[in-house]
Ligand binder design. Structure first.
Ligand code: NAD
Length: 280
């Protein structure tokens, strides 16, 4: 198994960076979304943990205390997204941060998301409904409030899969590439109205969503990292919260890769190291 001991530990939250702000995190009950909810609450926000897994969302909200609440929804269902966003605005009177992060994670769909020859349109449509239309719908319903406020930050979770080809997961990769485009479009249309829209593109991050991956697959991926340890959800949450915060006020329409350097180097690097052509 890859090293998981990160030294020194990630610096802690910035107290009060999101004081009195209201945030929605979709897919907030697990992995990257959960870490983002924890950090936003620690930094002073009221956070709506929106997830299809209501039980886990409720448990996390109970653990995080009165500044967190849970909302069950399905990102494939536009009406339920509208309910989450408009319900949050009705309750708090504002919306400062939307983290579009949920992605279809059902193994039954993943294993059928292969290549253009084999994929069934039903699988393509399911992936696009959650990973792309769901993000667009979140923006659509959040934007009027953010525009009215003259301020708001949207952070979309893309993936390195949106930048590079892979041996499988056609629909997933295309949906994440489209999220990068969506991010630029929203920033272009609404930046001058005070809304920033940026994206994070994680590489391999150890979450419940990836713990199913075989240890040997993770070990292969780790050979291509330019850092000693595999990423944790907290590494991505730190970037999400920076982009959502006022510290990033001059950043709009961008996608930030957080992948331990996976996409930064010659793809043959690990093989060359094996050949002892180049020491590491
Ligand atoms: N973990 C990684 O290595 C990695 C790499 C690149 C990108 N990402 C992206 O990061 C995001 C979070 O991934 P993770 O690894 O934390 O996953 P995870 O499986 O740990 O968490 C995903 C959460 O989304 C929820 N969800 C799934 N379908 C939903 C739906 N239809 N409606 C509402 N909620 C739904 C799940 O219940 C779960 O709580 C995803 O967008 C994923 O594509 C993850």
């Amino acid at each position: 198994m890859p090293a998981l001991v990160h030294t020194p530990p990630l610096p802690g939250p910035h107290p009060a960076r999101f004081k009195d702000q209201v945030a929605i995190v979709t897919g907030g009950a697990s992995g990257i979304g959960e870490a983002t909810c924890r950090r936003l609450v620690a930094e002073g926000a009221n956070v709506v943990i929106a997830d299809i897994n209501g039980e886990r969302a409720n448990a996390l909200a109970a653990e995080l205390g009165p500044c967190a609440s849970a909302q069950t929804f399905d990102a494939a269902d536009v009406a339920s997204i509208q309910t989450v966003v408009l319900g949050t605005v009705a309750r708090f009177g504002r919306l400062d941060v939307l983290h579009n992060n949920a992605a279809l994670s059902a193994p039954a769909v993943h294993t059928r998301d292969r290549n253009a020859v084999d994929i069934e349109f039903e699988v393509w449509d399911q992936v696009m409904a959650v990973n792309l239309r769901g993000y667009m719908a979140g923006c659509k319903y959040a934007l009027p409030t953010m525009i009215r406020q003259g301020r708001g930050a949207i952070v979309n979770t893309a993936s390195t899969g949106g930048f590079s080809g892979d041996i499988t997961r056609l629909a997933y990769s295309v949906s994440k590439a489209a999220v990068i485009g969506l991010t630029r479009q929203i920033a272009t249309h609404h930046g001058a109205q005070g809304v920033r829209c940026n994206a994070v593109a994680p590489g391999l991050v150890l979450t419940p969503g990836t713990h199913g991956a075989a240890a040997d697959v993770i070990a292969v991926m780790q050979r291509h990292l330019l850092v000693p340890e595999v990423g944790l959800p907290e590494d991505i949450a730190a970037l999400v919260c920076f982009l959502a915060s006022a510290e990033a006020r001059y950043i709009n329409g961008q996608t930030y890769i957080a992948d331990g350097g996976m996409l930064a180097h010659n793809p043959a690097m690990a093989d060359l190291v094996d050949l002892a052509v180049s020491p590491r």
